[in-house]
Design a protein around this ligand. Sequence first.
Ligand SMILES: Nc1ncnc2c1ncn2[C@@H]1O[C@H](COP(=O)(O)OP(=O)(O)OP(=O)(O)O)[C@@H](O)[C@H]1O
Ligand SMILES: [Mg+2]
Length: 256
Amino acid sequence: MSLPEREPTVVVDDVHIVYRVHGAGSGKGSATSALSRIISRRKSPSIREVHAVRGISFTAYRGEAIGLIGSNGSGKSTMLAAIAGLLPTERGGIYTNGQPSLLGVNAALMNDLTGERNVVLGCLAMGMTPTQVRRRYDDIVEFSGINDKGDFISLPMRTYSSGMAARLRFSIAAAKTHDVLLIDEALATGDQAFQKRSEDRIRELRKEAGTVFLVSHNNNAIRDTCERTIWIEQGELIMDGPTDRVVRAYEKGERP
Ligand SMILES: Nc1ncnc2c1ncn2[C@@H]1O[C@H](COP(=O)(O)OP(=O)(O)OP(=O)(O)O)[C@@H](O)[C@H]1O
Ligand SMILES: [Mg+2]
């Protein structure tokens, strides 16, 4: 028997991403200039550019769970949104094998609908058949733990705490096997018990042969779930390698 080949799922090739902020002014943020602008009703026509990702390259393989770390504003969420296909690249290319799902966006829940309806609609939106939804429904609700403190699943989402809503969102997304699952700090909102459960589920999803990206400021969550980690600062890739080595360098602030 030959060794299984490593199958690339995401190839990021020298990617640059630039946000364009319209009407952001010239950058002179003084109160008097703002006041005179308001009084004269002059709209500043300028466009400010934010170069959020600057030439990042890496390849992810099937079965990998990859942590993305870096300080606030370093470009982690931008990178995930670009892999999900939600942001255009200025330069370079992103190639994915399979459908990437960004947790929290793909399962955009509706506040006025009950948790129950959101589970069903969320699953259908992810491409599950009604039969599959019926079969998975109880597991999703149980995993979310929404009903632990009473019959909340039949109440509208707007009555949920932010942690409860995040748990339901994660539970819906985690019900399906994803080719490429992108998770942006979704775990941070749940309580201890739920965090533990979601980490276990990420490990399962990984075994089910997808690729998982996890953005988190919780280095232990990264250590527990990812064997590989990418460290980004100011839109540039600082380090890419085994989690223990990269996270240790990040914690010590030691750049290679
Ligand atoms: N919609 C936007 N318009 C303009 N600039 C943006 C936008 N979103 C992010 N940025 C800028 O892009 C850069 C990277 O932001 P990003 O949200 O990717 O950082 P992050 O690493 O996810 O940070 P955090 O750890 O705080 O979540 C920052 O300088 C930020 O100000
Ligand atoms: Mg972010």
